[in-house]
Design a protein around this ligand. Structure first.
Ligand code: MG
Length: 299
């Protein structure tokens, strides 16, 4: 029965957007079958992007780490992080303009080729700042630097956030995340940031743009949002985010949402609207199998 639900939810799907944590990996280790599922997608020529709000590292660093974990090469160009999505956003809307970007040294390389100013430079009112990007920057998110950002934002700079995640799990346990700083600035400024990462449509549009270009390059017909399915483990960040951007949204049970959580959400009447998945799969392997079977049947 579940297989039928998966098959009909995937009918006509020509590309996938995959969440990383809870779909490909769990606690930093590959989930059973996920490496093979990626290989099967590649073998079948189905393009995909891995979309994650993890934004401490450049995509090359992430790809190298994941390649080591997976024992097979993962290309940096198949990954989109909240940082790379934010960099794509500033490249699109503020080309050549000075940007104040709070990111780790590694993730800041996503802005290579764009014009960045340091907090000290931005503190000089004579320096123009077109946009401020708040991301995971560790100790660089000091009171002094945030105050500089606040002043530039009040003066009219565009306000971009990598994500609004309030906390996350690290080796130290529950750890404050950069989204908490974003929310504080939003209150002080009385305006909302444009969020680049999930569940914002920005990151899904970026994935769609890249997948569309890949399909075009291989002579395929135009890729529409509904031709793409997101596979994630989070009903809001992944499923609702994908639906709001026009993609299909599938849930797998290998991460933060298990069958009991789905049933509890449904019983509470909250499994509705954009957070209602088009289908629920046990894991990525099952989703990819259903996709490939559907494609073969449609030939
Ligand atoms: Mg996840």
């Amino acid at each position: 029965m579940r297989t039928t639900e998966l098959a009909s939810a995937l009918a006509g799907v020509r590309a996938l957007v995959l969440d990383a944590d809870g779909v490909l990996l769990y606690a930093g280790r590959p989930l059973p079958g996920s490496v093979d599922a990626l290989a099967r997608l590649e073998g079948a020529g189905i393009p995909y992007r891995v979309v994650t709000n993890f934004s401490l590292a450049h995509r090359e660093t992430l790809a190298a780490n994941v390649s080591r974990q997976f024992g097979r090469p993962v290309r940096p160009s198949t990954i989109i992080t909240a940082a790379s999505a934010a960099a794509a956003l500033t490249a699109l809307h503020h080309p050549g303009e000075p940007l104040l970007v709070f990111a780790s040294d590694d993730a800041r390389r996503e802005w290579d080729g764009q014009r960045l100013v340091t907090p000290a430079e931005a503190d000089d009112p004579a320096t123009k700042v077109a946009a401020v990007v708040i991301g995971d920057a560790g100790d660089e998110l000091s009171f002094r630097n945030l105050d500089i950002a606040f002043r530039r934002l009040r003066a009219g700079a565009a306000f971009i956030a990598m994500h609004r995640n309030l906390w996350w799990m690290t080796r130290r346990g529950i750890t404050l995340d950069a989204g908490a700083v974003v929310v504080g600035l939003e209150h002080a400024l009385e305006r909302r940031a444009t969020v680049a990462g999930k569940p914002s449509p920005v990151v899904f549009r970026e994935a769609l743009r890249e997948l569309g270009a890949e399909v075009r390059a291989t002579g395929g017909r135009r890729l529409l949002a509904r031709d793409v399915a997101m596979v994630g483990d989070d009903l809001d960040s992944d499923v609702a985010g994908a639906h709001r951007a026009g993609l299909r949204g599938l849930l797998v049970l290998t991460g933060k949402t298990d069958r009991a959580a789905v049933d509890a959400t449904a019983a509470a009447g909250r499994l509705k609207g954009p957070a209602r998945p088009d289908a629920v799969g046990a894991d990525l392997r099952e989703v990819v199998e259903a996709l490939l079977e559907g494609r073969d049947a449609g030939r």
